[in-house]
Design a binder for this molecule. Structure first.
Ligand code: UD1
Ligand code: CA
Length: 448
């Protein structure tokens, strides 16, 4: 099957009115990725040789996302919404180019797996003209019904066109379809719109192919894979299904999730072996974690690379551009951004480290803050290897603390500190012996 040329047509013209959103439906995200991205990813994994994305008119945003994810994809516009067969024909140039197999996918059905696409496509190699993906929803109302006889698919009847007897059928059309490239264009062009909705139904391809004496089949898929998203509620349901998949995959790959249902992952999260993730941790996009890392409870990571054996949190926030080398310790209420922290350095309590480089084994005391922003520009802080920053210090960037230098507690550091020096930047303490007792005596006298 790998030899067969595969064209995938992704229908992404969903208008999304029920989302109550300014954003087109297919650009809403699941696990940090747009639904369109998910489908294009499955398309790629299924081995597509050519990808066509059909969008609605004036949807530059959808076209841009398609090109960002799959630069090789061709984008076609369906000018008028006249039905699913009409939408596929919008990609006419791609159809005319010819393919052995054609898959039609919906961008609002983002949970489909590439393995299932391969299963859907398999009968084409055996000579089938059309293969559709069926499923058994709890409530079939609204879906096209698959009318079968044994393994043979006789027809798909749209809900609005179905008789009472046909409506009683629980086996439904998921919408995704595989078409043999041979004669596909001619088949699609023969589809008419004499039905309850006056639309060109892709599903009519089944009866037309059968009239030509060709084979049509239905392949069953899990309900969870073909769940379509038409509302915010369904978006949340799809997110839940996908999160469960990600958690299982992370555990299967050797990470411990102490309370998996409380951990939220992104589609691209990478966790190494023997990583321990405590409850209530959120991974935004772009996080990669090496082996033997512990992420303590209530931490939030995004755009961060964490090397072997580091320890993070509880209550830590790693923002984009964070790179933690092996053995680094990031403690509670610490925020990092665009910070490269080298091996063994410690930032254990209540700190903000942004636009910074921290050398190996440096120790930043509680309340160390890099002052990286003056309202206009961002400036860098350099902290040398083995430097020791005293508690409650403000490092006013741009500033460099040399290798092995000490900064005394409570400093506001505005000038560079040379290697191995001590910087003190606070007012000297004054002690007045007996002042407190004299103060109290004076007030006691005034009261009497
Ligand atoms: C379709 C199927 C139905 C199936 C159901 C599964 C047809 C005729 N019916 O019905 O058998 O059970 O999906 O959810 O195919 N689209 C366009 N342009 C159009 C019309 C639709 O791009 O002109 C896209 C939509 O954005 C959507 C998909 O095609 O992604 C399905 O269209 P929709 O109108 O929702 O079809 P259903 O009536 O749900
Ligand atoms: Ca639909």
């Amino acid at each position: 099957m790998g030899e067969r040329k595969l064209l995938v047509v992704v229908l992404a013209a969903g208008e999304g009115t029920r989302m109550a959103s300014r954003i087109p439906k297919v650009l809403h995200k699941i696990a940090g990725r747009t639904m369109l991205h998910h489908v294009l990813e499955a398309t790629r994994a299924a081995g597509a040789t050519r990808t066509a994305v059909v969008i609605g008119p004036d949807r530059d945003d959808v076209a841009a996302e398609a090109r960002r994810v799959s630069p090789e994809a061709e984008v076609f516009v369906q000018r008028e919404r006249l039905g699913t067969a009409h939408a596929v024909l919008a990609a006419r140039a791609a159809l005319e180019a010819g393919a052995d197999d054609i898959l039609v996918l919906y961008a609002d059905t983002p949970l489909i797996r590439s393995e299932t696409l391969s299963r859907l496509r398999a009968p084409l190699a055996q000579g089938a003209a059309v293969a559709v993906l069926g499923f058994r929803p709890e409530d079939p109302a609204g879906y096209g019904r698959l009318l079968t006889q044994g393994d043979t698919l006789l027809a798909i009847r749209e809900d609005k066109d179905a008789t009472a007897e046909e409506k009683a059928v629980g086996f439904c059309n998921a919408g995704l379809m595989a078409l043999s490239g041979t004669g596909a264009l001619a088949l699609l062009e023969r589809i008419g719109n004499a039905n309850a909705k006056g639309e060109y139904y892709l599903t009519d391809a089944v009866e037309l192919a059968r009239a030509d004496g060709r084979t049509t089949v239905a392949t069953e898929a899990d309900v969870d894979e073909v769940a379509g998203v038409n509302s915010r509620l369904q978006l949340a349901e799809a997110e839940a299904i996908f999160q469960q998949r990600l958690r299982r995959a992370a555990m299967a790959a050797g990470a411990t999730l102490v309370a998996p249902e409380t951990v939220f992952l992104s589609a691209d999260t990478r966790l190494g072996r023997d990583v321990v993730v405590e409850p209530h941790v959120v991974f935004g996009p772009g996080v990669s974690v090496g082996d033997d890392v512990t992420i303590h409870a209530f931490s939030h990571l995004e755009g961060a690379m964490v090397d072997t054996g580091a320890s993070i949190g509880p209550f830590a926030r790693l923002r984009p551009g964070t790179r933690l080398e092996s053995g680094v310790r990031i403690g509670n209420f610490v925020e990092t951004k665009a910070a490269h922290v080298e091996k063994g350095a410690k930032i254990n309590h209540l700190s903000y480290v942004g636009d910074a480089h921290v050398g190996a084994n440096a120790n930043l005391g509680a309340g160390t803050i890099t002052c990286n922003y003056d309202g206009f520009g961002k400036y860098r802080t350099e902290i040398g290897e083995g430097a020791f920053i005293g508690v409650n210090s403000a490092l006013v960037a741009p500033v460099t603390i040399g290798k092995g230098a000490f900064v005394g507690t409570g400093a506001v550091v505005t000038d560079d500190v040379p290697a191995d020096a001590l910087a003190l930047a606070r007012s000297r303490q004054v002690v007045k012996e007996g002042w407190a007792s004299a103060f109290r005596a004076r007030h006691a006298k005034d009261k009497a």
